[in-house]
Ligand binder design. Sequence first.
Ligand code: NAP
Length: 245
Amino acid sequence: MTWNLENKTALVTGGTKGIGKAIVVEFLNLGANVIAVARGQESLDALKNELKSDKLTLLSADLSTKEGIKTVIDSLTTLDILVNNVGTNIRKRMVDFEDQDFDTIVNTNLFSVYELTRKCHSLLKASQGNVVSIASVTGITHVKSGVIYGMTKAAIIQFTRNIAVEWAADGIRLNAVSPWYIQTPLTAGVLANPDFYAEVVARTPMRRVGLPEEVAAAVAFFAMNNASFITGQNLAVDGGFTIKL
Ligand SMILES: NC(=O)c1ccc[n+]([C@@H]2O[C@H](COP(=O)([O-])OP(=O)(O)OC[C@H]3O[C@@H](n4cnc5c(N)ncnc54)[C@H](OP(=O)(O)O)[C@@H]3O)[C@@H](O)[C@H]2O)c1
């Protein structure tokens, strides 16, 4: 077995910022051809300029919609690894959520995973490939990030278990990675609040927040052939948060 992703083609959703960008960089370093998807053309162009890799392909699409997912699927001719990383959040108390908030969070975090993964089935079966989805510790226990976000992340963990069983016969593995607080654009706002940051660090045995690269390393492991007998799992990348609740 080799500790690399040479000759593999990987699709990384939300690949321009935060955790997704770190996954793109990690995969390129491991030798993969990477297709990075996001909505913003500016951030896609910035990624292209920064990484200057001829193994990187960029695609603009909104993965919370069927049309956006079709754009991505239509562009693919081969696929070994699907990384479902796209996610967003709107932080409110249950009674304050608007209908539109529910649609935005569920469509971005959950519909994208469900629809894109199933549309990739034939390509993944042909390559004997695998799927890694970014869930969250909010899908395992209570975190003050809002009920809708937590619901979608719990659903991704269960989706991973169910489809890992259903698609095992097709030679396709599915795993999930569940981060606790990671320093990214998504969490920059809340982590900039000193009281919030102190509360997060106090709940973390390692007494710090995580780095996007630390999530990318776990994703890369699941994606490699080295993880060939591992499917349906959910790995917390959390500085010990979930073992000391
Ligand atoms: N950061 C954390 O502490 C943390 C903890 C646990 C789990 N997670 C999960 O990790 C994943 C990545 O989080 P992050 O913190 O890296 O987020 P981020 O910094 O906000 O980056 C999100 C990425 O997804 C893209 N994106 C967002 N909505 C999209 C859509 N509808 N269609 C296509 N692309 C879209 C964004 O680009 P555009 O805006 O240009 O589309 C960007 O590239 C998410 O699933 C998140 O829930 C994060």
